[in-house]
Write a protein that binds this ligand. Sequence first.
Ligand code: DUT
Length: 143
Amino acid sequence: MLKLKRLRPSARIPANATPGSAGYDLCADLDSPVTIPARRTVKIPTGLAMAIEPGYAGFVFARSGLGIKHGIVPANCVGVIDSDYRGEVIVGLYNHTDEPFVVEPGDRIAQLVLLPVHTPEIEECAELGETSRGEGGFGSTGR
Ligand SMILES: O=c1ccn([C@H]2C[C@H](O)[C@@H](COP(=O)(O)OP(=O)(O)OP(=O)(O)O)O2)c(=O)[nH]1
C-alpha cells in the first residue's frame, strides 16, 4: 500500500498502476500556469506527501513525452523520495530548450516509480575481491 496525503484539496492522487505499468503519474498542483524559462529550473509542487514502506524508495523519473518531445525533465535527473520523508513531493523541472515552457495546473509532469532499496552497513576494507572485469570500465569493452 502506498499512503498518500493531499496537502491541498486541488492535489491529484494518481490512478492505481495497471498491470505492466511501472510508474504513477505526478501532477502539477498549481493555481495558475507556471512558465519555465529557457535553460532554467522551476520547482513544481505536487500537493502530495507520502509514506513509502520501509525498504523501498520513490524515484521521480521524467515522462518520456515531456522529456523527448519538449526537453522538460527533472533537474536532478532522478529525484529520490526517502521512505521517511513526509514533506511535499516537489518536482524540479528543467527546460533544456531555448523557448519558455508553460506548465498548466494538473499537467502530468513526472512519474513516480517505487523500487526496493538495499541499505547494508558500510564496511571499509583494503581488498575488494577479484573479478574478471577488474578496474576496466568507461568503454573498456569497446563500442
Ligand atoms: O526530486 C525530489 C527529490 C527529493 N525530494 C524530497 C524527498 C526526499 O526524501 C527529500 C530529500 O531528498 P535528497 O536526499 O535527494 O536531498 P538532499 O539534497 O540530499 O537533502 P537532505 O539533506 O534533505 O537529504 O526531498 C523531492 O520532493 N523531490
